[in-house]
Ligand binder design. Structure first.
Ligand SMILES: [Zn+2]
Length: 122
């Protein structure tokens, strides 16, 4: 009897954790979506008739490549978050794909897309 209660509580905790994480993932996705939209705006091709001086044009191109790199990273993260939203429904969510141990909850909270524990990702 006591052990059934313990199992029940652990399942309950687990689903609460998952609900919390799901919320975090959705919040982060929304934030990333906005940042992607803003960066996409700033990585549009620089039109030659923009009337920029030679130096400012060079600066604009440097900014553009910095923004493009940031955009790339955000898109990667967006994909990982989408995968995490799907994976969170699976029983093996939060299990390290490297060693099979549980991934630390703090880590999942900070990086919901994590598929590896701190040790394996190291
Ligand atoms: Zn691991």
């Amino acid at each position: 009897m006591l052990c059934c209660v313990a199992i029940y509580i652990s399942i309950l905790m687990d689903s609460q954790k998952k609900a919390l994480l799901r919320e975090r993932i959705l919040e982060r996705s929304a934030e990333i979506g906005m940042r992607i939209a803003a960066l996409e705006e700033s990585t549009k091709p620089i039109s030659p008739d923009k009337g920029l001086g030679r130096l400012t044009r060079l600066e604009a191109m440097q900014d553009k490549s910095v923004n493009e790199a940031a955009l790339e990273r955000l898109k990667d993260e967006e994909v990982r978050l989408q995968n995490a939203l799907i994976k969170i429904l699976m029983p093996d969510f939060g299990i390290c794909q490297g060693c099979g141990n549980e991934i630390n909850f703090d880590r999942l909270e900070a990086l919901p897309g994590s598929t590896h524990c701190t040790a394996c990702a190291g």
